[in-house]
Write a protein that binds this ligand. Structure first.
Ligand SMILES: Nc1ncnc2c1ncn2[C@@H]1O[C@H](COP(=O)(O)OP(=O)(O)O)[C@@H](O)[C@H]1O
Ligand SMILES: [Mg+2]
Length: 466
């Protein structure tokens, strides 16, 4: 009660907003995308709070969202709106089971992204394309040991092969974008080695060769700010073609047409400016610009997060197709585990600057998980009614005494871990170990101990290997 709004978290703010909306004992509450900007782990608490309060007050609520799985938890009845028109008005159970409108069907499909790539479709190189070893990085001035005031990434190890799609997931603030920045050469690491195609990759842009520049490209979350609004699409795509390949005139024009074909946009779009394009089209232009360099690695940082689910699903499909056709590799960053699992054959889970679990998509499809992965996986709303009430995410933490070791060396998930063990987790640093499913975790607990604390959960990968 004594704090100012900027001193509380996003989830807390949303709960305060909910409390404010209910001060006047309203008959009707309108909730407009109240959890869209939140992590799934926070969303679950906020949804439960909203639902309880609305029920207790006997109020009527209209819950507006682009996320069908969220709406399915909150509503008895769902209206599907598109282009200003009501396309379907149906009870929640009926709508989920047998949607009447084609657009509702698309929404349902987009909410369950199918795995788009069969591993045997992609020629995977055996030599690593990108290796990261013992990477530590952060922001602010360095201390005597060369470590930054704000330490973000700690001892990151990662290997990416040619043609591979590696997913990085974790909630906001875990250091995903910082990792991309280091690989892109936008942030100098403090410790550790990064190599690209066998050559050391300098942390400083000045130390990189023109070829290294060309071969690593980046696509950002915000398609709007990444494109110069004053330039035509032809100018935007022409620039890297000229810089990296020396293409001019008719040859450049032909390549622009090819790039627009690749990202499935009409060639006529070349004359337009970004302002005249939709969000999905802009993101396709960003991809085309990255592809103009004919890169080996594309760093994708939350590229579908700002798009609605149907448009985002089409971008994922395009990424999968480009990878199949061009053999390009992705470091695919997202806070959304289902997006990552739809596109990537390997996944690394980040928490507070550490990779706490890594493994193949299949290894990460089945419990036991690292306790943080388990929390993430169980926090993603499922497309069925009653999920919110039944999901195994618990807020109860076993009591634990104050840590006895240097805080930095202990497990970073200690304060939130439902399986933490007194005298062990608050006492010694966790080790890396391999679980029965094949993934590597950073944890004190072994498969049997984790399984005992985690209900068996098998995640279907819809459409995979079909
Ligand atoms: N330029 C910066 N200066 C200081 N701290 C930063 C800067 N950029 C990011 N951070 C901090 O680094 C941490 C990780 O941020 P980021 O890599 O953006 O996480 P993510 O992409 O996973 O959300 C956060 O705590 C964030 O506040
Ligand atoms: Mg980020």
């Amino acid at each position: 009660g004594d704090r100012y709004p900027h001193q509380v978290s996003g989830g807390q703010l949303q709960r305060i907003m909910a409390a404010m909306a209910l001060i006047s004992d309203p008959l009707l509450v309108v909730l407009d995308e109240p959890t869209t900007a939140l992590d799934v782990t926070t969303q679950i608490d906020v949804l439960r709070a909203f639902k309880r309060v609305v029920r207790e007050r006997g109020a009527t609520a209209v819950y507006v969202s682009h996320d069908l799985a969220v709406v399915a938890q909150m509503a008895d009845q769902i209206i599907v709106l598109n282009g200003g028109q009501i396309l379907e008005d149906n009870g929640t159970a009926a709508l989920l089971k047998s949607p009447n409108h084609e657009y509702t069907r698309q929404l349902l499909d987009a909410a369950r992204p199918a795995a788009k790539i069969r591993l045997d479709d992609v020629a995977r190189g055996t030599a690593p394309l990108l290796t990261i070893q013992g990477l530590t990085a952060g922001y602010g001035p360095r201390d005597l040991h060369g470590l930054p005031r704000i330490r973000v990434l700690e001892d990151i190890d990662l290997t990416l092969h040619r043609g591979q799609a590696m997913g990085i997931i974790g909630e906001s603030g875990s250091g995903k974008s910082t990792l991309a920045r280091v690989v892109a050469g936008l942030l100098q690491p403090c410790r550790g080695e990064v190599t690209f195609d066998g050559q050391p990759l300098s942390g400083d842009l000045k130390g990189r060769s023109a070829d290294q520049f060309r071969r690593i490209q980046m696509v950002f979350q915000n398609a709007d700010t990444a494109l110069n609004p004053m330039h035509s699409i032809a100018t935007i795509l022409g620039r890297p073609l000229r810089a990296y390949h020396g293409l001019k005139g008719a040859a450049q024009r032909r390549r622009i047409d090819e790039l627009l074909d690749l990202v499935k946009l009409p060639r006529s779009i070349a004359e337009r400016r970004p302002g005249a394009l939709s969000g999905g089209q802009k993101q396709r232009i960003n991809l085309a610009r990255a592809l103009a360099a004919t890169p080996d690695l594309i760093l994708c940082d939350e590229v579908t997060s700002a798009l609605d689910s149907v448009v985002g699903a089409a971008i994922l499909e395009l990424l999968a197709e480009l990878r199949r056709e061009l053999g390009v590799s992705y470091l695919f960053i997202s806070h959304d585990i289902s997006t990552v699992r739809a596109l990537c054959d390997d996944v690394a889970v980040m928490y507070s600057g550490h990779i706490v679990e890594s493994g193949s998509r299949d290894a990460l499809a089945q419990a036991p998980f690292h306790p943080y992965t388990n929390l993430l996986v169980n926090s993603v709303p499922a497309l069925r009614q009653g999920w919110l009430e039944s999901t195994a995410v618990t807020c109860k933490l076993p009591p634990i005494s104050a840590p006895t070791a240097n805080q930095r060396e202990l497990c970073t998930f200690l304060n939130r871990c439902p399986l933490r063990v007194e005298g062990l987790c608050n006492h010694t640093a966790p080790n890396r170990r391999t679980l029965v499913g094949g993934s590597d975790i950073l944890c004190h607990l072994d498969s049997a101990q984790l399984s005992a604390g985690q209900p068996t959960l098998v995640l279907p990968i819809q459409g995979a290997y079909a």
